[in-house]
Design a protein around this ligand. Sequence first.
Ligand code: PGA
Length: 255
Amino acid sequence: MDKKLRRTIIAGNWKMNKDRQQTAAMIAELIPLVKGKDCGIALCVPYTDLETALNAAKGSNIAVGAQNCHFEESGAFTGEISAGMLTEMGVPTVIIGHSERRQYFGETDETVNKRVKAALTAGLEVILCVGETLTQREQGITGEINSMQLKIALSGVSEAELRRVIIAYEPVWAIGTGRTATPDQAQEVCAQIRGVLAGLYGQKAAQGVTIQYGGSMNAQNAAELLSKPDIDGGLIGGASLKAPDFAKIIEAACM
Ligand code: PGA
């Protein structure tokens, strides 16, 4: 199957940045810059900005996402937000398994799997993040780590549900460091990831999955990364915080 048959998706991950006023202002600035672009565009914002972002992006080609959700529907889980709470607001997308969640908040492959399943059951689209640390890359286990993270995260996810899953390959050593994976490094792992998906769901299903690269992607390096056959988009942190920077990446990615 041809790469062109997959949806190119550029998603911003704002992490813990921007208040509501800044959210409304940036989306208002971004809308005219990306008008008519024929690819998926999303901004994953803090929970407290979701409603503002949904209102600001209404009627535009910008989708709004959250950055995590819990696996239970409700209950005694102080500080958590359920998948159903997101869909009830009209949020279509959620990031699950970001390395910062794994690194700082005790997220494991098992809890990532539970969150992925809960999000899909609630009807959300999931951006599932996987990626190796620098030590793991130096130990030569990049393929094994990404394969393991992927297989555990997708355990119990059906082929029909996989159509609502985007994979973000984010090498931990490239996130927020300014040290981007080379296009060849990123392509190598994204192709491996597609191979793992083919093993789990068959070639046809695997060819339909959008695989993003994430980690210091910016307006300068986006076009070359996105020219690779298995890189279908980007998950962008720092460079998604300013409308002109983010728009330049979208310009590089989408017709
Ligand atoms: P970065 O973050 O673009 O700032 O490296 C990417 C991410 O964490 O998703």
